[in-house]
Design a protein around this ligand. Structure first.
Ligand code: NIG
Ligand code: FE
Length: 408
């Protein structure tokens, strides 16, 4: 599956996978220099001296681009999972100091070495599941030193590891405990973000994007606007968590601000769908959250596709709402719950994810000039990738021409 052609994809173009039967790739210095049928690629003069890897009988596709993760955190929240199953809602748990604040407490107390080891383990699992690029958000530090520690780790991981990392500053995840319930506390925290953290992070080049959790109990529409505008002023492109548990108007604000993506979108209405459909802001859907939280209401993917929106899919890997690294599982949920076809889901997880990270000219499809980022699945037909669930059929993952995962 080459996914060749112009990105991003909307409407019926989400279904075009650019399948080549008995296909081949010629890779040189990490880039694709030839792609097409095996016969054609083998006839290229540059192919003569090339080392050959035979992947016959398997399916090769662009490495998944996971455009929404909370990669760096200290521990799981399995104890809350059990409470949720017992009937407690995500918001009730958060109000009692659980939720994001629980993860903040754990991260602040964790050593950098421990955070690093946990993130490395997760990245190895991402690679083993066919992912070659992940976006990573800070947001479990919520104070200067801890946020800088996370962002510096993003940079280190991106340099050390096979997987490419796009770094996002999410200081506006929630108002931290030490500012809560105090008069003017939220305001003081927002000023810390806009006057201290954002300028510092931009100056040190530690993030490309600025994100806000626009939600009841997190940040209001007006607060989100201020924070994202401040980020934009310092060169951090806006993206947003919007309309997950309640409708706030966040999606339309994201479009107004020219955000690269707005993510979640379970609660959007018809007007929001129209606005998103006419925009270049990617509608990133995260069905892993609804699945893990046991919620029945998934985002209206079909309506978004019909309205012409640029739909992407991501894991939202995080300890509170979506503890998975598996894009194949997200594809399964996209098919069964969002009613996307396997082809649409694969496009949303590759080239449209790349567009959501402003990397669509480098990754997300297998075309000459792009990075040789691809995954190999032990399946007979691409539809079997979402069809089988709860198993990992990825047998090899290659990033910039280098094998970063191979099943013995
Ligand atoms: O994308 N919604 C905000 N952030 C995460 C959840 C974070 C957490 O619960 O730790 C999300 O769902
Ligand atoms: Fe998230």
């Amino acid at each position: 599956m080459t996914l060749r052609g112009r990105g991003p994809r909307r409407g019926k173009f989400l279904s075009e996978l650019g399948i080549v039967k008995d296909g081949a790739l010629l890779v040189r210095r990490g880039l694709i220099v030839g792609v097409g049928t095996r016969k054609y690629v083998e006839s290229l003069p540059a192919a003569r001296a090339a080392e050959k890897i035979d992947l016959g009988g398997r399916v090769v596709l662009p490495g998944f681009v996971d455009s929404h993760t909370h990669l760096v955190h200290a521990a799981s929240r399995a104890e809350e999972y059990e409470l949720k199953i017992g009937g407690a809602s995500y918001e009730e748990i958060a109000r009692k100091g659980g939720g994001i604040l629980n993860s903040v407490k754990k991260l602040r107390a964790a050593s950098t070495a421990a955070l690093q080891a946990r993130a490395l383990r997760a990245l190895a699992q991402f690679a083993a599941n066919g992912t070659t690029t992940v976006e990573a958000k800070s947001g479990y530090g919520l104070e200067l030193t801890s946020e800088l520690r996370i962002l510096a780790l993003h940079r280190w991981l991106g340099q050390e590891q096979g997987i490419e990392i796009a770094s996002t500053f999410l200081g506006a995840h929630v108002v931290p405990a030490e500012y809560r319930g105090k008069p003017g506390g939220a305001e003081r925290y927002i000023r810390l973000l806009t006057e201290v953290l954002i300028p510092r992070i931009a100056e040190d080049g530690l993030a490309e994007f600025c994100d806000v959790f626009c939600e009841r109990g997190a940040f209001s529409l007006e607060q989100s606007r201020r924070i994202l505008q401040s980020g934009r002023q310092f060169g951090l492109a806006p993206r947003m968590h919007a309309e997950q548990l309640s409708r706030t108007g966040g999606a339309q604000l994201a479009v107004q601000l020219g955000a690269v993506s707005c993510d979640h979108l379970e609660q959007i209405n018809r007007a929001d769908i129209r606005v998103l459909g006419a925009s270049n802001t990617v509608a990133t859907l995260l069905p892993g959250c609804d699945f893990h939280l046991g919620l029945k209401k998934y985002a209206p993917a079909r309506e978004l596709i019909d309205a012409g929106a640029i739909v992407a899919l991501a894991t939202d890997y995080n300890p509170g709402t979506s503890p998975t690294v598996s894009m194949a599982m997200i594809l399964s949920l996209a098919c069964a719950q969002l009613r996307m076809t396997p082809a649409e889901a694969i496009t949303a997880a590759t080239i449209n994810g790349a567009y959501a990270l402003r990397r669509e000219t480098k990754i997300g499809s297998l075309e000459v000039g792009k990075q040789a980022d691809f995954a190999v699945f032990e399946v007979a037909d691409y539809r079997e990738i979402p069809y089988y669930f709860g198993v990992n059929a990825c047998v090899m993952t290659v990033k910039r021409g280098r094998v970063i995962y191979a099943r013995d």
